[in-house]
Design a protein around this ligand. Structure first.
Ligand code: F6R
Length: 610
C-alpha cells in the first residue's frame, strides 16, 4: 500500500527513484510524485496515474540532484489527483514529506493547524504531518526534533520520509505500523517501503521497528525511539536476487508467478521432508513445538487469499490432529474481543507479512498470552519478526497483485505443519511415508496442469463475456472454490461467488440459468458422488458447467460442458492442484478482456491500512 523510495548520496537520485517506484508500483498506482533538493532549492513533480507518466514529466524538466524522495500512491483520503499525491510540502516548499499509512486524528490536527494560520491544499490526512513538522521548525527546532515532536502528536500508522532545503544533508525516516527499510550503500544510502526497490543497489538493509526514527546521511545513519532513546540497529544481508523481481520473459508477473509454482512449491518444501521418519522438519517451530502440540485449540487468522489458505488449514488440522480449529478474518478478529486462552495457538498467515489487520490481530493475540506463529513469504516482514515462531513459505517475491504462488506455498507449509504434528500424534510411520511420497510428486503434477494452459485459454474465450460465475466445491475444495471466485473478480471484474457445492440448493441455485457459468471442483474423492448430484442439479437448470476433474474420470465428460482433467493426489494436498486451473482461467479471462492483471483497479498488494 503506497510505495516510498528515497536516496541520498552523490549520484543523480531521479533515475534511482523512478526505477524504485516502478518496482513498488504493485503497492499502489493511482498517482505518483517526486521531490528533490539541489543546492538548497526544491523541486516537486506530481502526476495522476502511473509512474511512467511521472518519468516523462521528470525528463521534460531535466532534474539532477543527489537527494530526493518518491511516492506511488494508493488513495485512502482524497481522490487520486495531482494535488492529493505525495510528496506533500509546507507553505514555501522547504519541507517535503512522503507517507504510507493513515493518520486517524488528522481532522483534529488540521483544524488546530488551520487556526494557527497553516494553509492546506489537499484532502489527504498526510498533509497534516508536514505542517505539524513545520510548526515545530517555526519554533526553532531542527528537522529531526521537529519530526519527532510531530509524530508524538499523531495517532494512526505511518512510514514517512522527510527532507528539508534547510538541512539538505539528511533524510528523516520513521515507522509505526507501515514498513520502512534503509538500504546501506557506499557513501550513499537509500530508503524504501520494501526491499524490492533497493535490491538493484544494495543487499545491506536495516529494518526500522515501530516507534523508531532515524536520521539518514549519505555516509551514516543514527536511530532513536520516538521517545528519544538511542538505539543500535543491526544491518542485515539480503539473500534475494534482482532476477527474482523481474518478469523473466513473461508478459505479466501474474503469469510468471502461476508458471513458477512447480519451483516455488519445491522451494516451500525444500529440506523439510524426511522420508525415513515420514515427517517434516520445521526449524522455526522447534522452540515452541511442545506448547504447539499441547494446544487445546488452534485459530488461524488472515485476510483474502491467505484466509482461504487458512480454511484449507482448518480441514488439515481437524482431520489429522483432531485439534479444534477456527479460522478468522483478521479484521474481525481484532475488533470483537475474541476469547483467547494461554493454551491456544494462533497462526497468522500473510504473504507480505505486513497486512495491517493481520499484524494488529497478531499483536492483540500476543497480548493475551497465546502462542503466536507466522506463516509468511516476505523474510524479515513485521509479522515474521513479531511472532513467537513460524515458517516461511519461501515462494520468492510475489509482485502480481493477485496472489497465486503464495497460496500454493501457504498450503504446502500448512500440510508440512500437519505432517510434523500428526507424526507426533497418531499418524503411523507408513502413513507418514505415504504422505511424503505424495508430497514430492506435487511439483511435477502442477507442471502437468500448467501444460493445459492452451486448453484453459480456449475455455476462457467461451466465457469472457459472462457477467457472473459460480464456483462450487466440497470439503478441502470448498476454500478452493472461494479462491477461484476471488481470483476471477479481482482481475476480470466479473462478479463471482464461491459456495460449498451442497449449499447451493439453499439459495444461489435461484441464479442459475443458461447464462450462468458454474465451475465445479470435482476430483474423484470421497465427496465425488455428492458433487455429481450437484452437477445434475445445475444441469437441470441449464447452467453451463466447467468441471475440474480427475484425469481418469470419463463419466464426468457426459455431464458437463467443459472439463479440465488434472492428476489426483491425497485429499490434504489436492487444493495445491485444483487451484492452478482456476488461476489460469481467471488470468485468461482478464487478459481477453484487455485488463491489466498485475495492477487491477482499486487494489494494491500489501494492504498496510486498516
Ligand atoms: C488476493 C490477494 C489478497 C491478499 C490479502 C492478504 O489475490 O492478494 O486478498 O491475499 O490482501 O495479503 P497478505 O497475504 O499479504 O496478508
Amino acid at each position: 500500500m503506497c510505495g516510498i523510495v528515497g536516496y541520498i548520496g552523490k549520484k543523480n537520485c531521479v533515475p534511482i527513484i523512478i526505477e524504485g517506484l516502478k518496482r513498488l508500483e504493485y503497492r499502489g498506482y493511482d498517482s505518483a510524485g517526486i521531490a528533490v533538493i539541489n543546492e538548497a532549492k526544491s523541486t516537486v513533480i506530481k502526476n495522476k496515474g502511473k509512474v511512467s507518466l511521472l518519468e516523462k514529466s521528470t525528463e521534460n524538466v531535466n532534474l539532477n540532484s543527489p537527494l530526493g524522495l518518491g511516492h506511488t500512491r494508493w488513495a485512502t483520503h482524497g481522490i487520486p489527483n495531482e494535488i492529493n499525491s505525495h510528496p506533500h510540502c509546507n507553505h514555501d516548499q522547504s519541507i517535503m514529506l512522503i507517507h504510507n499509512g493513515i493518520i486517524e486524528n488528522y481532522q483534529v490536527l488540521k483544524t488546530m493547524l488551520i487556526k494557527s494560520g497553516f494553509k492546506f491544499i489537499s484532502d489527504t490526512d498526510s498533509e497534516v504531518i508536514v505542517h505539524l513538522i513545520d510548526s515545530f521548525v517555526h519554533k526553532g527546532y531542527g528537522l529531526f526534533k521537529s519530526v519527532r515532536f510531530a509524530l508524538n502528536e499523531v495517532e494512526g500508522t505511518y512510514g514517512i520520509a522527510v527532507i528539508s532545503t534547510k538541512e539538505p544533508d539528511k533524510i528523516i525516516v520513521a515507522k509505526k505500523g507501515s514498513p520502512l527499510v534503509i538500504g546501506i550503500g557506499e557513501n550513499e544510502n537509500y530508503l524504501a517501503s520494501d526491499v524490492n526497490a533497493l535490491i538493484a543497489h544494495t543487499k545491506h538493509v536495516v529494518y526500522l521497528e515501530d516507534g523508531e526514527i532515524a536520521e539518514v546521511y549519505a555516509d551514516r545513519f543514527t536511530a532513536k525511539t520516538i521517545e528519544d532513546e538511542d538505539i543500535q540497529k543491526e544491518i542485515i544481508e539480503l539473500t534475494m536476487n534482482l532476477d527474482e523481481i523481474d518478469r523473466g520473459g513473461y508478459p505479466t508477473f501474474m503469469l510468471k508467478e502461476i508458471m513458477e509454482q512447480p519451483d516455488s512449491v519445491t522451494n516451500s518444501m525444500r529440506g523439510r521432508l524426511i522420508f525415513e521418519e515420514g515427517t517434516a522438519k520445521l526449524g522455526g517451530l522447534e522452540a515452541v513445538l511442545n506448547k504447539l502440540i499441547h494446544s487445546k485449540r488452534f485459530i488461524i487468522s488472515a485476510c483474502g487469499t491467505s484466509w482461504h489458505a487458512g480454511l484449507v488449514g482448518e480441514y488439515m488440522f481437524e482431520q489429522f490432529l483432531r485439534i479444534p480449529t477456527e479460522v478468522e478474518y483478521a479484521s474481525e478478529f481484532r475488533y470483537r474481543n475474541p476469547i483467547i486462552n494461554e493454551d491456544d495457538t494462533i497462526f497468522f498467515i500473510s504473504q507480505s507479512g505486513e497486512t495491517a489487520d493481520t499484524l494488529a490481530a497478531m499483536k492483540e493475540a500476543k497480548r493475551k498470552g497465546a502462542l503466536v506463529l507466522g506463516i509468511c513469504n516476505v523474510v524479515g516482514s513485521s509479522i515474521a519478526r513479531e511472532s513467537d515462531g513460524g515458517v516461511y513459505i519461501h515462494a520468492g517475491p510475489e509482485i502480481g497483485v493477485a496472489s497465486t504462488k503464495a497460496f500454493t506455498g501457504q498450503l504446502t507449509v500448512l500440510a508440512l505443519i500437519t505432517m510434523l504434528l500428526a507424526r507426533k500424534k497418531d499418524m503411523s510411520l507408513a502413513d507418514g511415508k505415504a504422505l511424503y511420497n505424495e508430497f514430492i510428486q506435487i511439483p511435477e503434477k502442477i507442471n502437468r496442469i500448467l501444460a493445459l494452459n492452451e486448453q484453459i485459454e480456449k475455455i476462457a474465450e467461451e466465457f469472457k463475456d459472462s457477467n457472473n460465475f459460480l464456483y462450487l466445491g466440497r470439503g478441502y475444495n470448498f476454500p478452493v472454490a472461494l479462491e477461484g471466485a476471488l481470483k476471477l473478480k479481482e482481475i476480470s471484474y466479473i462478479h463471482a461467488e464461491g459456495y460449498p457445492a451442497a449449499e447451493m440448493k439453499h439459495g444461489p441455485i435461484a441464479l442459475v440459468d443458461e447464462n450462468m457459468p458454474v465451475v465445479f471442483i470435482a476430483p474423484k474423492d470421497s465427496t465425488y458422488d455428492k458433487i455429481v448430484s450437484n452437477i445434475q442439479e445445475i444441469k437441470a437448470r441449464k447452467g453451463r458447467i466447467i468441471a475440474i476433474a480427475s484425469e481418469h474420470d470419463e463419466e464426468i465428460d457426459k455431464l458437463v460442458d467443459f472439463t479440465i482433467k488434472i492428476p489426483d493426489t491425497v485429499r490434504i494436498l489436492m487444493p495445491m492442484l485444483t487451484v492452478v486451473p482456476l488461476q489460469l482461467l481467471a488470468y485468461h479471462i482478464a487478459m481477453k478482456k484487455g485488463l491489466n492483471v498485475d495492477q487491477p483497479r482499486n487494489l494494491a498488494k500489501s494492504v498496510t491500512v486498516e
